[in-house]
Design a protein around this ligand. Structure first.
Ligand code: 5AD
Ligand code: SF4
Length: 441
């Protein structure tokens, strides 16, 4: 039996897909090289913005054609949907895509073995599980091994912040931190099986407060310091952080922990205090800038990244200009920016002052041009410098490989094949907005 998993959305979904693949392998499945060869297809879905959710349904429509073509050849295809669309849409999934066999929320995918057993006993039923279960799914998942030099490691899940535009607190549930020892054990296994970089994941990762072996709550700074003691771990990152939870202990890690990469994704969302308040973010633009000052004091070479939303309900030209101002002050080296998209069930979807699409589009273009300018400026500044690069995949041309610099820039270089999953010093020779090129030194 062969499986194919298609992942939509964030890095947490990439991690979850890896864990789902782990479950399937223990059940004897192997990975299909292409979707039409798969006996079991799982779409691991994202609901963060309307576009992401709609894409899932249009891809499911295409998948149904493949299912029918396989049926004409006498082949059965089991179709499953997992992730945040399941949690948000619930039974609606089945109404919009009646050929789906099962749907599991982000906190119930560890129940996949029983679901597949039920389906094999009785075809043509729809099984859905959108519980927020009392049991910890991580206790039920098979051991996790590295699939490359860089691995994701979920340390925290869910969110209690309830930003007024965001579905995450409803789809991923309340905040939960994995115990320190469970994280360290998974880290040791990933490192032993070949990872040199760990990216600690959580929807609100810097609010981490997992219990240690003696039952004390420990923060993310503690976890990072413990991880840094593990032999063989050369790089540590974490994402995504909430500005109000950026405490001094965590900031001090940028001074003291050499494995912690000098790059931080810290979403500000808007530069306008009025909009930040309407978003229910617990920071002002001033608070945010103070955090950046402290980070730069801990490590002057730190590079910042952020998420932005333009066209939040009630956003005026003045509010939007405040967003451009903060970009000019922080000079982000990378960023993601989005048009506000109303999500059913969130408070902002019902707020007055919804912004017309045309204005959202104009503002996004202006913001992105500014962000790209800073990104290109930073990339250009890297030319001539030597950087340690972790090579993760083959490039398009023969002999070419793609890796990541400490600042998460993609770097292309021609190297021997054994460079994969290793950190190699590279002299940067060229830069564009989206990537660097370089040579081994
Ligand atoms: N509309 C637009 N962007 C959103 N994000 C989250 N919810 C919405 C929404 N309703 C963005 C935020 C968040 C990123 C992951 O997605 O910027 O940080
Ligand atoms: Fe969503 Fe992040 Fe706000 Fe939590 S902190 S509600 S995940 S945007």
């Amino acid at each position: 039996m062969k499986y194919y998993i298609k992942t939509f959305g964030c890095q947490m979904n990439v991690y979850d897909s890896g864990r789902i693949a782990g479950i399937l392998k223990t059940l004897g499945y192997t990975e299909a090289s292409a979707l039409p060869e798969a006996d079991l297809v799982i779409f691991n879905t994202c609901h963060i913005r309307e576009k992401a959710a709609e894409k899932v349904f249009s891809d499911l429509g295409r998948l149904n054609i493949i299912r029918e073509e396989r049926a004409a050849r006498g082949l059965d295809t089991v179709i499953g949907v997992t992730g945040c669309v399941v949690q948000a849409e619930d039974e609606q999934i089945w109404k919009r895509a009646p050929f789906v066999d099962f749907a599991l929320g982000p906190l119930t995918y560890h129940r996949l073995p029983e679901v597949l057993a039920k389906i094999s006993r009785k075809k043509n039923q729809f099984i859905i599980d959108t519980d927020f279960p009392a049991e910890d799914k991580f206790d039920f998942l098979p051991e996790n091994y590295a699939s490359g030099g860089c691995s994701f490691l979920a340390v925290q899940e869910g969110c209690n912040n309830f930003c007024t535009y965001c579905v995450v607190p409803y789809t991923r549930g309340a905040e939960y931190s994995r115990p320190v020892e469970a994280v360290l054990e998974e880290a040791r296994r990933l490192i032993k099986s070949g990872s040199v970089e760990l990216n600690l994941l959580g929807q609100n990762v810097n609010s981490y407060h997992g219990e240690d072996a003696s039952g004390h709550e420990r923060n993310l700074a503690y976890l990072i310091r413990r991880l840094a003691e593990i032999d063989g771990l050369q790089r540590i990152r974490y994402t995504t952080s909430y500005p109000a939870d950026m405490d001094d202990e965590l900031i001090s890690c940028y001074r003291d922990v050499p494995q912690l990469m000098p790059f931080l994704h810290l979403p500000v969302q808007s530069g306008s205090d009025r909009i930040l308040k309407a978003m229910n973010r617990r920071h002002t633009s001033g608070d945010y800038l103070k955090i950046i000052d402290k980070l730069k004091a801990a490590n002057p070479n730190i590079g910042m990244s952020s998420d932005f939303i333009v066209g939040f309900p009630g956003e005026t030209d003045t509010d939007f200009r405040a967003t451009l101002d903060i970009v000019n002050k922080v000079q982000y080296i990378q960023a993601f920016s989005f048009k506000y998209s109303p999500r059913p069930g969130t408070p902002a979807a019902l707020m007055p002052g919804q912004i017309p699409e045309k204005i959202k589009k104009e503002r996004l273009e202006i913001l992105q041009n500014l962000l790209f300018d800073y990104q290109l400026h930073f990339n250009n500044q890297c030319v001539g410098k030597t950087m340690p690069v972790l090579f993760e995949q083959k490039g398009r041309h023969k002999g070419q490989f793609i890796g990541r610099t400490p600042y998460m820039q993609n770097l292309h270089a021609e190297l021997p094949a054994d460079c994969l999953n290793h950190i190699i010093n590279i002299k940067v020779t060229g830069a564009t907005t989206n990537s660097l090129t370089g040579k081994g030194v």
